[in-house]
Design a protein around this ligand. Structure first.
Ligand SMILES: [Zn+2]
Ligand SMILES: [Zn+2]
Length: 247
C-alpha cells in the first residue's frame, strides 16, 4: 500500500505515471484507463491529456470537511454550525463543464470510458488530501429500479477505478438503497433531507475501521449524510466522502 501511495504521489509531481518504475502499476493502469483523452479524443493513456487537464474546473481551496469552495483553507461556516455527517472529503472538481458534461455522458449516454478517467482524477486528489487511506470504498447504491433502467451504477464504476489505483477494495454488501427516492435536483435543502430519510440500510455492522463513501456528485450532501447516519448507527466511526464533483 505504501509503495503504491508513493507511486501515485510521484505521479502527481512528475505528471506522468508512464515514467514510474513499477511495471505492475503501469500494467494495472493501462488495463483500466481509456487509450484516448475523454475530451479531445487524442491518443492518451491518462484519461485526460495534459492540455485538457488544464481546462478542467479544479475545486481548489475548499472546506476540509464538506468540500465547499473557500478563499482560504479551513472549515466552512456551515460545517462549524451544522456539521455534515462525514469526517473528511476528497473532491477534485466543481460541477461545471466540461466535468458536468462528462458525468452526464457517463450516466445517461453510457460513455463508460469516462469512469476510469474520473476515477484516476479522484485517486490523485485522495493522495494529495488524505494522510490515511480507508479500508474499503462503499459506492452510494442505486435502487434496483434505477439499476434496471440504467444498467450500471456510476458510483460503483468510479469506485472500482479509484480502488484499483489505490489498492482499496470496493464493498457492495454494506449498504443498500431501501427507498426509490425521487431525483434531488428539484428539491430544496429541507426536502432533500426528507427525501433521503431512511432511504438506505446498512447490512454489515462495523466491518471496517475507516470507510469512504463514493458518489459521482455531491450537491447538498443529503445523500451521503443519510448514509453516514446509518453507518454510524451500525458501528462505523471514521467516514470520508469522496466524489468527482461538488455543485
Ligand atoms: Zn485532451
Ligand atoms: Zn464545510
Amino acid at each position: 500500500m505504501k509503495q503504491l501511495l508513493s507511486h501515485l504521489q510521484n505521479f502527481r509531481v512528475d505528471n506522468s505515471l508512464v515514467r514510474q518504475s513499477s511495471i505492475a502499476l503501469k500494467t494495472a493502469f493501462n488495463s483500466i484507463l481509456p487509450l484516448r483523452c475523454c475530451l479531445c479524443m487524442q491518443p492518451d493513456q491518462h484519461g485526460f491529456c495534459h492540455q485538457c487537464k488544464q481546462l478542467l474546473p479544479w475545486l481548489g481551496c475548499a472546506c476540509m470537511k464538506c468540500g465547499t469552495t473557500l478563499p482560504t483553507e479551513g472549515i466552512c461556516g456551515r460545517c462549524q454550525t451544522k456539521p455534515v455527517g462525514f469526517d473528511s472529503s476528497a473532491i477534485p472538481f466543481r460541477y461545471i463543464d466540461p466535468i458536468s458534461h462528462e458525468i452526464h455522458s457517463l450516466k445517461y449516454r453510457r460513455k463508460l470510458a469516462v469512469a476510469p478517467a474520473l476515477g484516476k482524477m479522484l485517486a490523485t486528489q485522495v493522495v494529495k488530501n488524505m494522510s490515511q487511506l480507508p479500508d474499503a470504498l462503499l459506492p452510494v447504491p442505486l435502487h434496483i429500479n434505477r439499476i434496471k433502467q440504467r444498467g450500471f451504477n456510476q458510483a460503483g464504476l468510479i469506485a472500482e477505478s479509484t480502488g484499483k489505483l489505490l489498492g482499496i477494495p470496493v464493498d457492495y454488501e454494506v449498504i443498500s438503497r431501501s427507498k426509490d427516492t425521487v431525483s434531488q435536483t428539484s428539491l430544496d435543502q429541507e426536502e432533500r433531507g426528507k427525501n433521503m430519510h431512511k432511504a438506505f440500510a446498512v447490512h454489515v455492522n462495523g466491518r471496517y475501521d475507516a470507510v469512504a463513501v463514493i458518489d459521482d456528485v455531491i450537491t447538498s450532501g443529503a445523500t451521503i449524510d443519510a448514509i453516514c447516519t446509518e453507518l454510524r448507527l451500525n458501528g462505523y466511526d471514521n467516514i470520508s466522502a469522496w466524489a468527482i464533483a461538488k455543485t
